[in-house]
Design a binder for this molecule. Structure first.
Ligand code: HEC
Ligand code: HEC
Length: 335
């Protein structure tokens, strides 16, 4: 590791002249470190963001290039993948059961670091998943989001929809190191809350900060022309009980980083946990793995404090009155 060879204490005592030299060294080692004009500022800035000598270096940040999608045979499929990602109800209609977009949860068209970006996902598979106890390819991981988050059904392997999404993700990942631990993968984790997440506190946060866009009853809001503008957070139009966002931990992390939209990071950690718990304490379409027994389904797939499935809230057991999964697919596209 390169930094280890630098004597950190001497950097601080070196004074302005030494700092300049150090700034130059630091810059050549880490071109990502911002070097400002004031020599003392250099020392402080570099030292503050640098690791202690014995610790491993932080993972490099990767930002997918915003170059235009090429206008060739490959680019056409990449562009189709991008369209599907932004509007699956239109471009992958046969496989979705709600009107959420992949981009509803993977923000900035799947580019945003810390919001489960597709470039980081692409280079993290094949991988073993405890959710289904085997090694999943990237295509199989994509299938999962159709089945659960989109409350639909998995496109078969090799289907043009999957090929397009894979191509789009691959195109974004070009230039990134092949490292499933890459910075920015998944949702930026939140520390455990100081207090156990609470429904009533969550409800107060929801009414104050979220209802405006997602509706008082969580079913989202439509634009004047009928197009969904703000996605549903619970109810029949939302993701089903098997989805990743149904885990309070995932939802809290997503919410802290991204919500209210455009004001990510403004909720306290506790508020994010509380409102995540509130949202995930409402009924939604049934888990596709339902065994006909809520109790058994909880035991098999939801047996943790992160899931409210099978728990009693306001006098009803969540999951016991869920509509069957499949949404618009189940209703022949007429829901
Ligand atoms: C309701 C929110 C939501 C929607 C809609 C959604 N996802 Fe996801 N997605 C998640 C969550 C939450 C995770 C993380 C799950 C976990 O860690 O268990 C995830 C994970 C993923 C991953 C794996 C990420 C990684 O780094 O391993 C991929 C790939 C993915 N989603 C693709 C898609 C695609 C493609 C669509 C649209 C067809 C989609 N998602 C729609 C919430 C959503
Ligand atoms: C200004 C409007 C606005 C506000 C306020 C807002 N959201 Fe959102 N929210 C959105 C939009 C729009 C999306 C989808 C992102 C996209 O399509 O780009 C979204 C997506 C989501 C999603 C993932 C998609 C889904 O349907 O499950 C969750 C969860 C969520 N918001 C929770 C919250 C919570 C909790 C709050 C309050 C703390 C909140 N939002 C406040 C507009 C808003």
């Amino acid at each position: 590791m390169k930094y280890a060879s630098i004597a950190w204490t001497s950097v601080f005592v070196a004074g302005a002249a030494g700092a300049l030299t150090f700034g130059a060294i630091a810059h050549s080692l880490r071109p990502d470190v911002e070097i400002t004009a004031h020599p003392k500022a250099q020392v402080i800035k570099v030292a503050a963001s640098a690791p202690a000598p014995s610790k491993p270096a932080p993972k490099a940040e990767f930002t997918p290039s915003d170059r235009p999608i090429p206008d060739d045979d490959f680019g056409k499929v990449v562009a189709e993948g991008q369209r599907i990602f932004n509007d699956p109800a239109k471009y992958a209609k046969a496989y979705v059961g709600n009107e959420l977009r992949c981009a509803s949860c993977h923000l900035d068209q799947g580019r945003k670091a810390g919001s489960a970006p597709m470039w980081a996902a692409y280079l993290s598979y094949p991988a073993y998943r405890a959710k289904n106890h085997h090694v999943n390819t990237f295509a199989e991981r994509l299938q999962g989001c159709f089945r659960y988050s989109m409350n639909g059904k998995a496109p078969p392997l090799g289907d043009p929809v999957l090929v397009a999404l894979e191509s789009y993700s691959y195109w974004m990942a070009q230039g990134a190191p092949l490292d499933p631990g890459i910075a920015g993968r998944g949702y930026t984790k939140l520390a455990k809350p100081a207090q156990t997440p609470d429904y009533h506190r969550g409800e107060a946060v929801y009414q104050a900060r979220c209802a405006l866009c997602h509706g008082a009853n969580g079913s989202g809001e439509r634009a004047r022309n009928g197009a969904p503008a703000f996605p549903a957070l619970w109810g029949d139009a939302s993701f089903n009980w098997g989805a990743g966002m149904g885990s309070i931990k995932n939802a809290a992390a997503f919410i802290k980083g991204n919500m209210p939209l455009g004001q990510g990071g403004t909720l306290s950690d506790q508020d994010a946990w509380d409102v995540a718990m509130f949202i995930d304490s409402h009924d939604r379409p049934q888990d596709p793995r339902f065994t006909q027994s809520v109790e058994e389904t909880r035991k098999l797939f939801h047996d943790s404090s992160e899931s409210m499935y099978g728990q009693s809230v306001n006098g009803a057991v969540l999951g016991s009155r869920s509509t069957p999964n499949g949404g618009t697919l189940r209703a022949g596209g007429k829901l």
